[in-house]
Ligand binder design. Structure first.
Ligand code: GLU
Length: 440
């Protein structure tokens, strides 16, 4: 069975870059009829917050990315202890005592000598007596002893990859305060939950090399890895600078449609064109991870607005009826209101101002040269209620009376009635207008 997971750390709100990872893993699991796990990487008790765990679930639910199972790393500490003990017993774990300052000095020396700043394993040479002494002074932490050989894997996006383990420092898996670090926890979880496919950002490529060795050391089966490129802003600038504005919850608050976000992200950075989908099933069917490239992917939130507008315009009335009722639109005109406005909104939030206009009317906009014309036209406007036919009949009569036609006829009327030079078809607007101030 195909099993994937999305593994956010609950240290903040998830953003568009996280969503890309979540979505790819979700689509792979669903396409294969497999399992999608939401794994909360909360081994860091200081930075992990329940409010973010809640927010992550809320955001994924908003997008419709439902998970089959949720796990929290903080519930699994015993399992990590067990794995650590196995690594100790097998001679793959060793205790170190260098302080961050000492390590930094070593790195600087190596760099000065033109060597790669890889940990020199000097702790391996400590005698038991030396270790006892150091442990009493400052406590130790644990590194995984990499086999110094090449680590190869076929990446689902990047193709054949090969990293020389000798160029990587032995990773620290347990901190001095006993906290398990993400790498060990993640590997144990992937093994225990039967994760078959891991998609994550390309910032994890080096982790993957070391994780492959740890998985093997723990007797697990190495999953298929795929590393997607990182997102940048529209000009190629690092997205992190703007992450504040790209949190999923901010997009939700801005009225962006979930299917617009998902449609864009399921294709952006791949050789397939972006296609707007209104159903998750067609996104699942059309997803192919092998079509993605390694180049950084430019993301522009502005692209989501016309996509949202298009999705909204296609919504049947029943889908938006509750939202429209909540605005206070009377039920007998609610469907006509949607018919008139659906193509004139970018997000659902834009409906409010339209209803405001229809309900309360507007301050008429009348150019001086149109003042007499408007006065005459208004005298010809029959009293309401107006129907879809009223506009045609009325403008015909106005044309006959004033000799105006085309834009010179219609535009001043639109501006007098709506205060704007654009908007829905006036034929639909007129019956919706509850107040016509230009007539008063
Ligand atoms: N918690 C890790 C992160 O947010 C998960 C990485 C992974 O998918 O293994 O980067």
């Amino acid at each position: 069975m195909t099993t994937t997971r999305f593994a956010p750390s609950p240290t903040g709100y998830i953003h568009i870059g996280n969503l890309r990872t979540a979505l790819f893993n979700y689509l792979i699991a669903r396409a294969a009829g497999g399992e999608f796990i939401l794994r909360i990487d909360d081994t860091d008790p200081e930075r992990s917050k329940q409010e973010y765990v809640d927010a992550i679930q809320e955001d994924l639910t908003w997008l419709g990315l439902t998970w089959d199972r949720m796990e929290r790393q903080s519930d699994r500490i015993e399992r990590y202890e067990e794995a650590a003990q196995k690594l100790r017993d097998d001679g793959r774990f060793y205790e170190c005592f260098e302080t961050p300052g000492e390590l930094d000095l070593k790195r600087k020396k190596q760099l000065n000598m033109g060597k790669p700043p890889v940990y020199d394993r000097s702790s391996l040479n400590l005698s038991e007596a030396e270790k006892d002494k150091l442990r009493a002074e400052r406590g130790g932490y644990w590194r995984f002893k990499l086999n110094q050989e090449r680590i190869n894997w076929k990446d689902g996006i990047l193709g054949d990859l090969s990293i020389d383990a000798a160029s990587v420092s032995d990773p620290v898996l347990i901190r001095g305060d006993g906290q398990f670090l993400y790498t060990l926890a993640s590997v144990c979880d992937d093994i225990d939950f039967g994760v078959t496919d891991v998609v994550r950002g390309s910032d994890h490529v080096t982790n993957t090399a070391t994780q492959i060795q740890i998985i093997e050391a723990l007797g697990g089966k190495v999953p298929n890895f795929a590393h997607h490129s990182l997102l940048t802003g529209p000009q190629g600038e690092a997205l992190s600078k703007r992450l504040g504005t790209l949190a999923l919850r901010d997009m939700r608050a801005a009225g962006i449609s979930p299917m617009a976000v998902l449609s864009l992200m399921a294709r952006l950075g791949s050789s397939d064109p972006v296609e707007l989908r209104s159903e998750m099933d067609s996104l699942i069917a059309g997803f192919d991870i092998s079509k993605f490239g390694s180049a950084p992917t430019k993301f522009d939130i502005e692209d989501l607005k016309p996509m949202t507008a298009k999705l909204l315009a296609d919504q049947p009335f029943e889908k938006v009826a509750d939202h429209i009722a909540a605005l206070g639109v009377p039920s007998e005109i609610a469907s006509d209101f949607w018919g008139a406005t659906r193509e004139n909104i970018q997000t659902m939030d834009d409906l409010g101002p339209w209803w405001e206009l229809f309900k309360n009317g507007c301050e008429p906009v009348i150019d001086p040269e149109d003042a007499d014309f408007i006065k005459e036209a208004m005298s010809l406007l029959p009293d309401g209620p107006h129907t879809q036919e009223t506009w045609g009949e009325w403008t015909k009569a106005v044309k006959e009376a004033t000799g105006r036609k085309g834009r010179g006829l219609f535009m001043p009327l639109r501006k007098a009635l709506t205060g704007m030079d654009h908007g829905p078809d006036m034929k639909s607007v007129l019956p919706l207008l509850q107040v016509i101030r230009a007539k008063q």
